[in-house]
Design a protein. Structure first.
Length: 109
């Protein structure tokens, strides 16, 4: 299976966020989202990790991104991330991104 880089914004569907994670101060991975005008549903969370950088005054690291590797209902393996700080003032709502996708023999380009 070849992993294809995407680097495009996804649009979470309201009401599908993981509220348990949000109660702990983490972003709530959406169970459903739109990418390229098609809806996808997360079936399984395979892995999650954080990307941190810099140090605040108290010596704490600043978490910049929350990463998720998921399997969708239709069999795609996707790497999704949540960006804590928007890339620019014009993209302040763009927080959820599809980093890559893979499925045997499938090429999204």
């Amino acid at each position: 299976m070849k992993e294809n880089f995407i680097g495009e914004q996804i649009k979470p569907i309201k009401g599908t966020f993981d509220t348990h994670a949000m109660a702990k101060g983490e972003p709530g991975l959406p169970k459903r989202f739109i990418w390229r005008d098609k809806e996808y549903e997360v079936q399984t969370l395979l892995e999650k990790w954080k990307e941190a950088s810099g140090r605040k005054k108290g010596g704490e690291l600043y978490v910049r991104k929350h990463w998720y590797r998921v399997e969708t209902r239709n069999g795609y393996i996707m790497k999704i991330y949540f960006e804590r700080k928007a890339k620019s003032k014009t993209q302040w709502k763009a927080r959820w991104w599809l980093y890559s996708i893979k499925q045997g023999g499938f090429n999204v380009r």
